[in-house]
Design a protein around this ligand. Structure first.
Ligand code: TRP
Length: 460
């Protein structure tokens, strides 16, 4: 890693891409891209899995609290940093605070992107595989045998890697097409489709006899279920869900025009993303309870329970297929944004062509990802502090790197760069004042406490 003199070391290399820097072409495009990053497997796989594991409504409440108190202000902060600096996440901090260590937030972000993709591509690979299984009727087995269908995939040492690499190839191709033609065009088409498919699944699940038990699991909190690790999981999910804490929104912010309203965009993205998570929960839990399944199966909830659930209803095969297409659609928009973080850095820092940068990023994700893809087969015994590589990538990013990144982003905009952040948003308003207070005090203190408590470093 070179010293943070990026902006000064070669004006010609640094300025050329900046002047020609691509931007999203409309407000709708901005919303679609940022929402496309936020909505992903986090909503459809992680949110239901963690909600089921952590007792339902109480966890959902904690999660919503983290989204409002921490997620919204941090998202606004990231978008503001990005738009003002018009640079990748490392260069952004170098520009706004030259010759200081703040740029390390960006470095941690580039590392986080690769680590997250290490396991994200595995789960997305399972989803791609399930689209084909649903289409060919391979999921049309008696409900008690869906476990075997999943295990055949899950414990295979080859299939998860093949699917993982297909996922990476498809996503890289979109990223190579560039910001406007690739990212904006793809997400604009994918997002409406996602809402539509989700609504179809919801109507189906909610009209099942016995759906109400799942509904109260999701809506009636049992406060005895709240523990320190639960709170940490809820906060980690909030960061993961909203793509925060590692400069993803800084990078996307850098493609946003000056005349867009960042506060409004933040509000819309958070509201829509939360709606998608709740809609996914509404599609899953009523059906789980209606058919007498357990909500606590964690990461496999989606892959074992859902096909079994769909199997037990009229037109189930079709809904199952639609459901996994939906999950793949959501995952693709999110992965695009994860790949874009290192790609923006590599093209701007080293002057690499977009295609080369994408290839290098995808290759490192593939290499690291193999460890996660083999975590349920050849490497299932390989554990770091009791966690497989898959779980380690997940835990270290969601529950450590992203929240720590979030603390520093909040401190940066709340204290060091506050006036400029306010000016970038056209002067102080009630909303901006509220956000800056959250960034100064609420977010850093809350994140630190939850982190220390959740990791067992302090106990109250
Ligand atoms: N938010 C996405 C999801 O819910 C995942 C994601 C995309 C992400 N970009 C990110 C997570 C950046 C953390 C950081 O699936």
């Amino acid at each position: 890693m070179k010293t943070p003199s990026d902006a000064g070391n070669s004006a010609t290399v640094a300025e050329a891409p900046l002047q020609a820097r691509a931007t999203f072409t409309s407000s709708l495009g901005v919303l679609a891209a940022t929402l496309g990053s936020a909505v992903g497997l986090g909503n459809i796989w992680k949110f239901p899995a963690l909600t089921g594991l952590n007792g339902g409504a109480a966890f959902v409440m904690l999660y919503l609290l983290c989204v409002i108190l921490i997620g919204m202000p941090v998202m606004w902060a990231e978008l503001t940093i990005g738009r003002n600096s018009r640079a990748n996440t490392v260069a952004a901090f170098q520009k706004l605070a030259p010759k200081t260590p703040w740029y390390l937030i960006g470095v941690s972000g580039v590392v986080s992107a690769v680590l997250i993709m290490g396991f994200y591509t595995v789960v997305c690979g399972w989803i791609y595989a399930y689209i084909f299984r649903a289409a060919t009727g391979a999921l049309a087995v008696p409900p008690e045998q869906t476990v075997e269908v999943f295990n055949a995939l899950y414990t295979s040492p080859i299939q998860p890697i093949v699917w993982q690499w297909i996922v990476l190839a498809v996503t890289s191709a979109i990223v190579m097409a560039g910001v406007t033609k690739g990212i904006e065009a793809a997400t604009k088409r994918l997002m409406p489709l996602l809402f539509l498919l989700l609504l179809i699944c919801d109507i189906r699940a909610l009209t099942l006899p016995g759906a109400s038990e799942g509904l109260s699991f999701l809506l009636k909190p049992d406060l005895s279920k709240i523990t320190a690790p639960t709170v940490l999981a809820a906060m980690g999910l909030a960061f993961f869900k909203l793509s925060l804490g590692m400069g993803c929104m800084v990078t996307y912010g850098s493609y946003i025009n000056k005349n867009e309203n960042l506060i409004k965009n933040t509000g819309k993205v958070v509201a829509a993303d939360t709606t998608v998570s709740l809609l996914a929960g509404l599609a899953i839990f009523p059906a789980v309870f209606a058919f007498g399944y357990e909500p606590t199966s964690g990461p496999s909830l989606l892959f074992i329970t859902i096909p079994a659930v769909f199997r037990s209803m009229p037109l189930g095969g079709l809904f199952c297929f639609l459901f996994f297409v939906l999950a793949a659609v959501a995952a693709t928009g999110a992965m695009i944004s994860l790949i874009e973080v290192p790609v923006a850095y590599l093209t701007e820092r080293f002057g690499w062509k977009r295609n080369l940068a994408t290839l290098a990023t995808a290759l490192s994700m593939a290499l690291l990802g193999v460890g996660a893809a083999l975590s349920s087969s050849l490497l299932s015994e390989f554990k770091i502090i009791g966690r497989t590589l898959f779980d380690t990538y997940d835990f270290v990013t969601s529950n450590v790197l992203l929240p720590v990144g979030g603390i520093f982003i909040a401190l940066f905009v709340g204290w060091k760069w506050r006036q400029a952040a306010i000016a970038e948003n056209g002067g102080a308003t009630a909303a901006i004042n509220a956000f800056t207070v959250f960034l100064r005090f609420v977010a850093p203190i809350a994140i630190t406490l939850v982190l220390l408590q959740g990791l067992g470093i302090i106990r109250f």
